[in-house]
Design a protein around this ligand. Structure first.
Ligand code: NAG
Ligand code: NAG
Ligand code: NAG
Ligand code: NAG
Ligand code: NAG
Length: 776
């Protein structure tokens, strides 16, 4: 069966059944970093929204930021400092026209800045949607002022009409390449070059079929080219597949490319690309599942390496909204290039009357090769420009722009998969680690307003941290990195923020610093700090490959905190773990603590219920984290707990012991329910409906996904002192002397039945029991 056909068949199956086993889903970030309003470099101007276009001007120390009806020049080192701004609003007349055409005057009929590019003469080219009638202009920055030249160039085909429609553009040698829709209705998609001679795509569904444009990049393929090849412009997008003949529309991811020197054909393909070729891009997240859809790409090139070694990092999200999994796939430039240069083409063949099937073309391919740039071979045939191309070649490319072979990612699988987040943008930075090895760190923006910092080392994915960039959460619309300032800039509808690429100061211990596996950071034994690698001449402790913290010096002993609790009272000892991958382990007087019904070990603390004299002692909370190389323990907190005896007369308290038979039956029911749940869970794991958590990383995962998620950004801790052990007070949560207005027989009995000594009888609300009982 044709691979796409089989995909179409699978469309009908419930998604849960398509989740394959053996697929690592939901890699957990090691750290979840909450929004820090005090230290954020945030830019937001009152009443202005949609900060989604950015241009780095490192030459001017500026971040140029395009928003709705305004462009800002911000200080690259601290973007909260506005250096200049210029308003670009639409006239009332334009607004009225726009409204009369049925558009929303407050949402659509505004000027959304969508294009910002640097020109060779240091000016900037800027375009806006301009109340559904796109306009472009030139802008300069001089004497601390941003100035628009008010040229009012037509922006059709350069900038979208619709501010909600995705688009892509790039400026190469002062020529704007743009991919957008060139009419009011948004129904005429185009990839075009505006100057010197305007060239565009043919308006045919085999060229672009309801596309969503994602990004563009250029490749200097003429550099040291043996066959005299031309530079190329690559466009990434998704579109409805023409080659899939199924009932449902199937969206596929594509990469297409055109040659920089393309001038169009003489008669056939006049003023149209003669070099437009496209191919499907696969990112096989789950085998035999619907193709994932491309959302953004980042071109990563090592300046010391030839262009063929460049990589494209791309993020993908699922076809339907039901599966909340996102993925990163990376593609090698030479793999993409090979498919276009040597691959076979697809051709439409009519079957039956109105039905067209796309199959591999196996006939003769004309010379020069259709879609190839003008190269030495063509020049030998006296074809010096695309205008000289023979009709046979042009007709071929006009009908068959689609390559037969799809482009596969490096390793045939994603670099990173994450459940529970929708990726929106990606950018990649390369860092040289302490051992000299280069690592590429991915920064991924999400719909949930967070930024993931992740790396893939030898096929093992690892998310160093997840940072909340906006509060309340706003989808990340754009990401830029400046290697000059070492900062990352992110834009959303609400504003723009800046964060450091290296955030070593988050680790306060050597263990935490090294286990973070962050190639930017290392532990300085001399100062006892986790610092940025490039800022120090000294040798730092770092282990990106294995997370090997065995070279860490012994940590300073943690000072014990004193806690006193009434006998019979409750006490919570907090133990905030430095890592989501760690587990807690408690010791009492240097022996492992035995948890019991009164001692409840929680994610980030220990709850002592109905404290008795035997609970006094020295409590130590350890964070136990596994890395690839070993298991490491660090003391997080130490508590000296004292029990203050109560001198209340126990007989004065109302006895709440009643029906003794009720408890066992209730407990039996609870046990039964728990067993059912475990069985259900086991069945789900067995069936692969739920991910097996230990598949992320190599050894990290002996905790469940749910447990990690609980400690993720969205969890709310009941106890506010959890993050600040130093402020915890010597105050029991419930003092054991209160009169009882609680007539839950079950829980009261469970406490009073515990012993016959003369301790006070305490009526404690025990959450577990209350919940279960009310559910019965
Ligand atoms: C612009 O921002 C506003 C406010 O957040 C939002 O409601 C609107 O959808 C955004 N418009 C676009 C085109 O993204
Ligand atoms: C192509 O260029 C070569 C050298 O640049 C020239 O000799 C030749 O006449 C040109 N051919 C055409 C058809 O323009
Ligand atoms: C920054 O990146 C540019 C290319 O993006 C490169 O040419 C330059 O050398 C880099 N600078 C530093 C300091 O790494
Ligand atoms: C705890 O109490 C001991 C003795 O009562 C005292 O020496 C110590 O300083 C106290 N610790 C703190 C952190 O208050
Ligand atoms: C608390 O513990 C004491 C013994 O230490 C016991 O007598 C009492 O019944 C317990 N209270 C509750 C409510 O379980």
């Amino acid at each position: 069966m044709h691979p796409l056909l089989s995909l179409c068949v699978l469309w009908l199956l419930p998604l849960a059944l398509m989740l394959e086993e053996n697929v690592p889903l939901g890699c957990v970030p090691r750290k979840s970093v909450h929004y820090d309003g005090d230290h954020a470099h945030l830019f937001h101007e009152e009443g202005v929204f949609n900060y989604s276009t950015m241009l780095l001007r490192e030459d001017l120390d500026l971040l140029v930021l395009g928003a709705r009806e305004a462009v800002y020049a911000l200080d690259l080192k601290d973007i909260s400092k506005k250096l200049a701004s210029v308003k670009w609003e639409v006239t009332d007349q334009k607004k009225t026209e726009c409204r009369n055409k049925g558009k929303d005057s407050e949402l659509d009929c505004k000027n959304y800045i969508r294009i910002l590019h640097k020109m060779k003469d240091d000016r900037m080219y800027v375009c806006g949607t301009h109340a559904f009638d796109p306009v472009c202009d030139y802008m300069s920055y001089a004497d601390g002022k941003l100035t628009l030249e008010k040229k009012g160039e037509d922006g059709k085909g350069k900038c979208p009409f619709d501010p909600f429609q995705r688009y892509a553009s790039i400026m190469v040698d002062d020529a704007l390449y743009s991919a957008t829709s060139m009419n009011f209705l948004g129904s005429e998609p185009v990839l075009m070059r505006s100057s010197p001679s305007a060239i565009r795509t043919e308006f045919k569904s085999s060229w672009l079929n309801e596309p969503t444009f994602v990004s563009m990049a250029q490749m200097p393929e003429s550099e040291k080219s043996e066959d005299g090849d031309d530079d190329k412009i690559y466009l990434f997008f998704s579109e409805t597949a023409v080659e899939c003949d199924c009932y449902n529309k199937l969206v596929v991811s594509r990469v297409s490319r055109v040659c920089k020197g393309d001038l169009g054909g003489q008669r056939t393909l006049q003023k149209k690309w003669t070099s437009f070729l496209k191919a499907r891009m696969d990112c096989p997240v789950l085998e035999s599942q619907l193709p994932f859809i491309i959302q953004d790409t980042y071109r990563w090139c090592d300046p010391q390496q030839p262009w063929k070694d460049c990589l494209f990092y791309a993020i993908f999200t699922p076809q339907t909204g039901t599966l909340d999994v996102s993925a990163v796939c990376a593609y090698l430039m030479s793999d993409i290039s090979r498919v276009f240069a040597e691959g076979k083409y697809k051709t439409p063949v009519p079957v039956e009357t109105s039905f067209v099937k796309w199959v591999m073309y196996s006939g003769d391919v004309p010379v020069p090769r259709p879609g190839a740039c003008i190269n030495n071979e063509a020049r030998k045939m006296h074809i010096n420009q695309t205008l000289d191309l023979p009709d046979r070649t042009l007709q071929f490319i006009k009908d068959k722009p689609l390559m037969d072979q799809a482009i596969q990612p490096i390793g045939q699988k994603p670099l990173l998969v994450r459940r529970g987040a929708t990726f929106t943008r990606i950018i990649v930075d390369q860092v040289r680690a302490a051992d000299g090895e280069k690592h590429r760190v991915m920064f991924i923006g999400t719909e949930e307003g967070t930024l993931l910092k992740a790396l893939n080392h030898n096929g093992e994915m690892f998310i160093i941290e997840e940072i909340e960039l906006f509060q309340p959460p706003k989808p990340i619309k754009i990401l830029k990195i400046s290697n000059l300032t070492g900062q990352l800039y992110a834009g959303s509808d609400y504003g723009a923020v800046q964060v450091s690429l290296a955030t070593c100061e988050r680790s306060s211990s050597c263990m935490d610093c090294v286990l973070a596996r962050d190639p930017y950071c290392g532990w300085d034994k001399v100062t006892g700090k986790c610092i940025v690698l490039s800022s120090s001449q000294r040798e730092l402790i770092q282990s990106v490959k294995d997370g090997d913290a065995s070279h860490c010096p012994n940590a300073d002993p943690v000072k014990a905190m004193n806690h006193t609790v009434w006998q019979g009272g409750n006490l919570r000892l907090s133990c905030p773990l430095p890592s989501n991958l760690a587990k807690t382990s408690w010791e009492l007087d240097n022996r492992p603590l035995k948890s019991s019904s009164r001692l409840e070990v929680q994610q980030d603390g220990l709850l002592i219920l109905n404290a008795s004299v035997s609970d006094a002692g020295l409590y130590r909370c350890l964070s136990v984290e596994r890395s690839k190389s070993n298991q490491y323990k660090t003391t997080v907190a130490v508590y000296q707990v004292r029990i203050a005896p109560l001198d209340t007369d126990p007989t004065a308290l109302p006895s709440t012991l009643t029906d003794g038979h009720y408890i066992p039956s209730l407990q039996a029911l609870v046990v039964l329910l728990a067993l059912c749940f475990v069985a259900l869970l086991a069945w789900n794991f067995y069936k692969g409906h739920l991910p097996l958590p230990w598949k992320c990383g190599k050894k990290n995962g002996d905790q469940s996904q749910e447990a990690h998620e609980d400690r993720g950004l969205n969890s709310h801790t009941v106890y506010q002192d959890a993050l600040r052990p130093a402020l915890a007070e010597d105050k029991p949560l419930v003092l054991g002397t209160g009169s009882s207005n609680n007539n839950h027989t079950g829980e009261a009995a469970s406490f009073s039945a515990a012993g016959g000594n003369d301790g006070p009888k305490i009526n404690l609300p025990s959450p577990q029991y209350v919940r279960d009982e009310s559910e019965i």
